[in-house]
Write a protein that binds this ligand. Structure first.
Ligand code: GDP
Ligand code: IMO
Ligand code: MG
Length: 423
């Protein structure tokens, strides 16, 4: 069985935790897009791990992890991540990690440009500052440097010279900055190439061959549907295809080989960075839920914006991604709220929207229409069976199923591996 696990909100839905659990039953886990803008948390016992580029299955010994061609790789960040993990006793031999030779490389000028472009914008995106947007832009404008280029000094030299010629001019003339010397970057990136060479291969052939041999593959999404470059709240999005459709282009595995897609959602909603968020809380609940849910970015540490569950948004995500099962994460965070709201539609200029509007002003001005339910006011942390959940918690889950028209298979009630209900 080849399964996709991805986010159906604005990221940070708890994908890391779910992937750690689901990957126990698959042979290979593959990241298909994004870069180290992602922060996926896995808690095992009293240890917490946050993965940025490595797939969240890496803690399972004997499982293979793949960084697909659709990912943008910052080699410095990846090497740091591997080194830090090895220091904590997780060995990452070359037979356990494969990096696509076609994946694009995040260069120092991408990181700096990310920040400079944000500074110049009036409507800031609030990026993670990891150079993700500029790296994907270079890929599309056909001047990107790929992982395979780090293994070929001649190609790297030619591409880097070309890039610096243009980029340094932009740095000087647009941003009033000094620019980069060729030698420094060239040497640094050749060294990264040498270090990562044992992991670099044609992951397309590796994956398709594994699938032919009936191995099961888990595709790990980063970010979420509403950060997707096509379907998100553009322009407040990331620069890749985080939806299920991104799996095929980001790994070279054909759509017919994907069996199903599971969407991760929080029992409420969060967002980091700028952009419209119709169900965002006012101050009091914002503080309360942020504190209870520990809603601070796993990558940048920024406080996450929090709000009620938005079924208009998630229903749209269910459609786009062909979702067959839902995972509702962080239900426990709502444990002591006397009343819980679900957004079922938007109102804008006297009109009711039952689906997600595309127009930016409509989305920004959308007033949520809420349905209110009684809370359950009891701890759910220790519960492992659906029927043992408080009645109102069961009602909440069932109401979400009704609104989203899809079944809930997983309900997460805490950060730890075993704090989950599987139906
Ligand atoms: P991801 O980017 O989708 O992998 O999610 P993040 O790791 O960025 O953020 C999810 C946060 O919620 C992490 O700190 C997790 O440890 C935590 N978490 C995941 N599931 C649950 C849950 O069911 N309950 C609680 N309280 N925390 C959870
Ligand atoms: P995971 O995989 C939440 C947000 C940023 C910003 C926008 C663009 O952990 O769910 P970028 O650096 O990608 O150009 O920033 O996207 N963003 C995320 N928000 N979770 C993430 O990843 C995110 N990755 C990017 O905050 O609003
Ligand atoms: Mg995250």
């Amino acid at each position: 069985m080849n399964i996709v696990v991805m986010g159906a909100q604005w990221g940070d839905e708890g994908k890391g935790k779910l992937i750690d659990i689901v990957s126990e039953h698959s042979d290979i886990t593959v990241r298909y897009q994004g870069g180290n803008n992602a922060g996926h948390t896995v808690v095992v016992g009293d240890k917490e791990y946050v993965f940025h580029l490595l797939p969240s299955a890496i803690l399972h010994k004997g499982k293979v992890c793949v960084i697909g061609n659709g990912v943008v790789v910052d080699p410095r960040a990846l090497i740091e991540e591997i080194t830090a993990l090895e220091k904590r006793g997780v060995k990452i031999a070359a037979d356990r990690l494969k990096i696509s030779d076609r994946s694009h490389v995040v260069m120092p000028y991408h990181r700096v440009l990310d920040g400079l472009r944000e500074m110049k914008r009036k409507n800031k995106i609030g990026t993670t500052g990891r150079g993700i947007g500029p790296c994907y832009a270079d890929k599309v404008t056909r001047c990107g440097i790929r992982m395979v280029d780090l293994l070929n000094p001649r190609v790297l030299k030619a591409k880097l010279e070309d890039n610096l010629r243009e980029k340094n001019e932009v740095f000087r003339k647009v941003f009033n900055q000094k620019g980069y010397s060729f030698q420094g970057i060239y040497r640094e990136y050749l060294a990264y190439g040498k270090k990562l060479a044992p992991y670099v291969c044609d992951t397309v052939l590796y994956l398709n061959d594994a699938i032919d041999r009936k191995k099961s593959v888990l595709f790990e999404g980063a970010q979420g549907t509403f950060l997707d470059i096509d379907f998100g709240t553009y322009p407040f999005v990331t620069s890749s295809s985080s939806i299920v459709g991104g799996v095929c282009v980001g790994t070279g595995v054909a759509p017919m080989k994907i069996d199903k897609a599971i969407a991760c959602v929080k029992a409420y909603t969060t967002r980091v960075g700028e952009g419209p968020f119709p169900t965002e809380f006012s101050t009091r609940l914002m503080e309360e839920i942020r504190k209870k849910g520990n809603e601070f970015g796993a990558t940048t540490g920024r406080p996450r914006r929090c709000g009620w569950f938005d079924s208009v948004l998630v229903r749209y995500a269910v459609i786009i991604n062909g979702i067959s099962d839902l995972a509702i994460m962080k239900l426990d965070v709502l444990d002591d709220l006397p009343k819980i709201k679900i957004c079922t539609a938007y109102r804008y200029k006297g009109k009711i929207y039952k689906s997600f509007p595309t127009d930016f002003e409509a989305l920004r001005g959308a007033q949520p229409v809420y349905e209110e339910m009684d809370g359950w006011m009891r701890s759910t942390n220790g519960i492992r069976e659906f029927r043992k959940l408080p009645r109102n918690a069961q009602k909440y889950i069932k109401r979400l199923e009704g609104l989203l028209k899809v079944g809930v298979k997983y309900i997460s009630v805490g950060t730890k591996r075993d704090e989950i209900i599987v139906r």
